[in-house]
Design a protein around this ligand. Structure first.
Ligand code: FE2
Length: 443
């Protein structure tokens, strides 16, 4: 049966999976229906301003205090948190990787996660980490919550089913799912999926929100109604379950005797959601020049400084290219922000080859980058007819902070050590004589 979702971004939702399970008119009745326990989950300090105040009320079979017992510290050597810097690994520069290989045997989401870059400070709640996963199994009786940040999962291959405390979300390539800090969940493969691969952004800072549209006005880019939050669903399961917790960069497990996904009803605005990247309405150049990529920001995680994001999640979706007398691909640039890119499908317009679906690139703070030699030649000489870029979806996790490359990323067998050679073919064209002026600007 298809899953049901509630539309809207940051709405005050309410949902119940049994009739009458959700109290009306109050949050904390003396006795809840069906013998449920009431519990508040706060995503912001109680006193945060209304615009950023987030909390939900959960009505569950057991309160969360019964979903942990003793904690055992465990090692997850591949999931790193900031600050983390390997002294012998150079994060300065430009890097690119082919897709990560699938593992032998059965590996579920949590065990499959591998950190590529980190930045900021997980305890100070600034910065982020980028991860990849290539999984071949379901989490089953393993559950997880991350106290360290919000998780954005960007599938590249294979659909996932994410069963959260607040309900079930199916997410396929070209969609994303965002799981708030502290939310219990488990990840399974979607129907008929044997293996799945994708990217994860772990946001240590303030939650992702919609960017301001400024003069664009009230519509376009990511529209609020296209964000989907699940309706309440629960597991009434007794038996051995293992809860995994990430807390201040360390991992712990705690065994319990039942499923922690036991929320029968809930209301509030602190909830997971999915978003279909194909519903993004791009706005771009309709006469000349290439606008800044911020025009394609889907979600932004703000810092305390206006316009200076802890993270911007930016996509490069299918779109028409119509700019006249313009170099249409991204220009050469250097940027105080640090850019981790992935490709979900198709081809990215600044690279003719080498950046393949499932692959990644890192253009770190102030590191120059831009079109490779072939892309430059093609874009400089092509007849500028309207062109549709189809069947393509690249994305970027962009942060104000430089990103530190992990040992896993540096040693990854699919790393492209000669990536910077993609610019080798760019030759000097300069000729200072009057005959060479030949500028072909606006007519
Ligand atoms: Fe860039």
């Amino acid at each position: 049966m298809p899953l049901t979702y509630m539309p809207g971004f940051g709405n005050d939702f309410e949902t119940e999976s049994l009739p009458g399970a959700l109290p009306q008119g109050q949050n904390s009745p003396q006795r809840c229906a069906y013998g449920l326990y009431a519990e508040q989950l706060s995503g912001s300090p109680f006193t945060a301003p209304r615009g950023t105040n987030e909390r939900s009320w959960l009505y569950r079979i057991r309160p969360s205090v019964r979903h942990t017992t003793e904690f055992t510290l465990i090692d997850r050597p591949y999931w790193k948190s900031a600050p983390h810097q390997e002294p012998d690994i150079l994060s300065l520069g430009q890097r690119r990787w082919d897709p990560v290989p699938y593992p032998e045997g059965e590996v579920h989401f949590l065990d499959a996660l591998r950190t590529m870059t980190v930045t900021g400070d997980v305890v100070g709640q600034v910065g982020m980490a980028t991860h990849v996963y290539a999984l071949t199994a379901d989490m089953g009786d393993d559950y997880f919550f991350n106290a360290d940040g919000e998780l954005m999962i960007v599938p590249q291959e294979g659909a996932l089913e994410v069963f959260t405390e607040m309900g079930i979300i199916e997410v396929a390539p070209l969609e994303i799912v965002v799981l708030p800090r502290g939310m219990m969940f488990k990840v399974s493969r979607g129907d008929g999926v044997e293996r799945a691969r994708g990217y994860v952004c772990e946001n240590y800072g303030a939650k992702f929100t919609l960017p301001e549209r400024g003069p664009i006005g009230a519509n376009c880019l990511a529209n609020p109604r296209d964000f989907k939050t699940p309706v309440a669903a629960y597991e009434d399961k007794e038996g051995t379950c293992l809860v995994h917790i990430k807390w201040c960069g360390a991992f712990h497990v705690t065994p319990i005797g039942h499923s922690p996904l036991d929320v029968v009803a809930w209301h509030g605005n602190y909830a997971p959601y999915k978003y279909d990247l194909r519903t993004f309405s791009p706005v771009g150049a309709i006469l000349f020049d290439h606008p800044d990529p911020s025009i394609f920001t889907v979600l932004t995680a703000p810092s305390g400084e206006a316009g200076t994001a802890n993270i911007d999640f930016v996509i490069f979706p299918p779109r028409w290219m119509v700019a006249e007398h313009s170099f249409r691909p991204p220009w050469y640039h250097r940027n105080i922000m640090s850019e981790f890119m992935g490709l979900i499908e198709g081809q990215y317009d600044a690279k003719e080859e080498g950046f393949v679906p499932g692959g990644m690139s890192l253009h770190n703070m102030m590191m120059p980058h831009g079109p490779d030699a072939d892309a430059f030649e093609k874009a400089s000489t092509v007849e500028l007819e309207p062109v549709k870029l189809s069947d393509t979806m690249a994305f970027m996790f962009e942060t104000r902070f430089p990103q530190m490359v992990t040992r896993y990323a540096a040693d990854l067998e699919t790393a492209q050590p000669d990536y910077v050679k993609c610019w080798d073919g760019i030759e000097r064209k300069f000729d200072g004589t009057p005959e060479a002026r030949g500028w072909s600007g606006p007519k």
